[in-house]
Design a protein around this ligand. Structure first.
Ligand SMILES: C[S@@+](CC[C@H](N)C(=O)[O-])C[C@H]1O[C@@H](n2cnc3c(N)ncnc32)[C@H](O)[C@@H]1O
Length: 326
């Protein structure tokens, strides 16, 4: 029987629509928490390269505001924007009232932020962060909007983390099989309205975000930090997809790339249930697509449990792209 999906299913975004505060609470609990040093590195870059003003930070694709809340201790005002209204509704329920007083949430696609109706004082952005979201966006349009929203001398910080990296390669292999099986439950991508979004996401991750061009006419001091990118940033193997894709490199001359292997970076103690919870949040609602075959994922979780033997240190592949707005 031919199987053609007419609904727009895009990676992460549509699957998380309609999710209430409990989904976003588990989302936050299941995700790695960036270290404070990570935000200090971004602020140091801002102090060294930009004008150092710390009045307005904007977190694009903020979801439930988990990263926006991390910026609030450093900046006078923090804006969080997202397309997902339910995520924005969840934010005030998950963030301390103390921080919330200085936070504003608006519903807008990243690509449409310029006309989103932000008050003028909140448009003068000093730091614009895009956490775990850039591969979901139309990058050239989004970058134009970011440039328009930022003050000259402001800092753009785009970052994305990928799969957990284990101490034992056997665990890496089990994780990869699990994630790839889960991705295949979501097929077909090819021929569906969501295909361009899946292609964009896959290309971004297989390129370690090097496909995201920061045009030299708009941005300077571009630095790309890549931690543990001797491992894939892709959550699952290419075999999980039903189309081919290849790395694309749009880095401009003069950009600096730092390749860092640091197995302590964002280290977390995770067990097989934590890994499974991470996969559940990366591929929301795959379970209904899996039907009875969901048992295969449970069996792999038990295989991972035996291989991990309890809590084990995991780290992550992470890419951070920094630029100064000209
Ligand atoms: C994986 S979540 C990241 C949430 C949070 N920034 C974090 O780091 O945990 C991706 C978010 O991007 C949002 N998103 C997807 N496409 C978007 C777009 N075009 N404009 C703004 N936000 C978008 C989704 O609604 C979702 O909340």
């Amino acid at each position: 029987m031919s199987h053609t999906s007419t609904r727009l299913e895009t990676p992460f975004t549509t699957a998380a629509l309609g999710s209430d505060v409990s989904f976003w609470k588990s989302y936050i609990a299941s995700r790695p928490t960036p270290s404070e040093d990570f935000f200090r590195l971004i602020n140091k870059y801002h102090a060294n390269h930009g004008d150092g003003r710390m009045e307005v930070a904007h977190d694009v694709g903020t979801g439930p505001g988990n990263i926006a809340a991390r910026l609030a201790p450093y900046y006078d005002q923090v804006v969080g924007s997202d397309v997902n209204e339910q995520a924005l509704d969840a934010a005030p329920k998950l963030i301390s009232p103390d921080l919330l007083k200085r936070m504003t949430f608006i519903r807008s696609p990243a690509e449409g932020l310029v006309t989103a109706g932000l008050p003028t004082n909140l448009q003068q952005t000093d730091l614009l962060v895009v956490s775990e979201c850039m591969p979901l966006l139309d990058a050239p349009r989004a970058l134009e909007a970011f440039h328009a929203l930022m003050r000259p001398g402001g800092t753009l910080a785009i970052y994305f983390y990928g799969r957990p990296i284990f101490q034992d390669p056997v665990c890496d292999a089990i994780y990869d099989r699990m994630a790839t099986r889960i991705c295949r439950f979501l097929l077909p991508f090819q021929g569906t309205p969501g295909e361009p979004f899946h292609r964009r996401g896959a290309e971004g991750l297989v390129s370690y975000l090097d496909n995201i061009a920061l045009p030299a006419s708009d941005w300077e001091n571009v630095e790309r930090h890549k931690w543990n990118c001797d491992y894939p940033l892709l959550f699952n193997s290419p075999e999980g997809f039903d189309f081919e894709f290849h790395p694309v490199d749009r880095r401009a001359e003069g950009e600096i790339t730092h390749d860092i292997v640091d197995r302590e970076f964002w280290a977390h103690d995770w067990d097989a249930d934590d890994v499974k919870a991470y996969l559940d949040s990366v591929y929301p609602h795959y379970r209904s697509q899996a039907g009875e075959k969901y048992a295969e994922i449970e069996a792999m979780r038990e295989e991972l449990r035996a291989a991990m033997g309890g809590k084990q240190k995991v780290t992550f592949s992470v890419v951070l792209v920094l630029g100064t707005r000209k």
